[in-house]
Design a protein around this ligand. Sequence first.
Ligand code: DCP
Ligand code: CA
Ligand code: CA
Length: 454
Amino acid sequence: MEQSMDYGKERVVALVDMDCFYVQVEQRINPELKNKPCVVAQYKTWKGGGIIAVSYEARAHGVTRNMWADDAKKLCPDLQVARVRESHGKADLTHYRDASVEVIEVMSRFAVIERASIDEAYMDLSASVKQRLRSIEDVQIEPHLLTSTFVQGYPQATTSQDKTEDAMLDNDAVRLKGLGQWLASLPPTTQMDSADLQLAVGAIIVEEMRAAVEQCTGFQCSAGISHNKVLAKLACGLNKPNRQTVLPLSSVTQLFSSLPISKIRNLGGKLGASITETMEVENIGELAKFTQGQLAQHFGVKTGQWLYDLCRGIEFEPVKPRQLPKSIGCSKNFPGKTSLATKDQVQHWLEQLALELEERLIKDRDMNGRVAKLLTVGVRLAGETKPSSYSRCCALARYEASKISTDSYAIIKSLNCAGNHQQAWSPPLTLLHLSASKFSDAPTASYGGGFLSE
Ligand code: DCP
Ligand code: CA
Ligand code: CA
């Protein structure tokens, strides 16, 4: 098929992701933790608790997520440890969720955003970029508008002497050199349909957005600016923290030639593993040697076409305007000996989870004017060989913890293999998860906008 020169470069898409998010939230609550090696840990019962977020100062000492806080302290003796709060006997993430709402609120002043997780959001900047380009005169874009921007693939080191020279520069000098080179290669701002020029203007908007986020919330973040979600997400991770990266399509071939398939959005799991196995390739760029037909043969027409474009850096998934989470859920793990082995225990923890869910659903209804209609219960069973997971759902009729927990119990009861007359639950459960989804507008009388808020 004949494709236009700009195939795959139609949009400007960015991803913004907060740096060590929970750590920054804790540092804002307790400023003594700022600029120090610091982690956020969950629960204290075992080895000082499990680490779920790590400041960049602590990363420099080799501290990583999933380490025990006690082990991390051996690597970094002056490590500061902030603790996740607990309520209903489980982790309480309210602070982080509230901080997330603050950030999303600031970002939404700049663009229509899609909230992708507690600390990241996609945005389609195509329209804003065109508008900005129309409003600026015929000028060259100056590096001082892009003070925290890296351009992937630049500076282009062509000779080995170039490479030796670049190796002598500090990180920011390399950044500036690359940025300068790339900006110099752009056409004048009157040539509005230039894909790279559009990326440059997108990057200016994202610089402004990130500055506003820091100004209004105190939190720093990183960003990726490219032509689609996959490239934007990838670019965002290239120069963390507190930096943003432009990924022009022309730099993709080089980047993809040594990029493991698992690093690509949506390919971190089973699909990625099966691609590596069936096609016998390690890096995403290697997929470009297969025809559309070959890829379709192994992965079906739809996925095959998607991969054919993707390994060339081309992807079309739209940014969906959505600021609110699609579901509200909570869960708790019961590892090893703590697994739930009696009906009473299962009921008790369903009640605790239902209490949290009720609280958060009511807050969500009041703030966002919507109600969830579906309740899903997930469990994981302890297994000798491999653990198995199940989920069951039912209608969510009322926001009432007691009703939620009895309904939840009723729909998972059949997973208990112990006899009806026994108190045991078997096999024991190592995870319980409750989640509410399928939102629709709340009846207007029951929340803000009625006479009470006049
Ligand atoms: N989080 C968690 N458990 C995980 C992954 C993340 O509780 N397995 C929480 C803590 C993180 C937050 O979500 O602070 C955001 O996750 P990220 O993966 O974006 O990681 P960070 O923001 O901590 O670090 P980075 O600067 O690398 O983005
Ligand atoms: Ca993050
Ligand atoms: Ca994230």
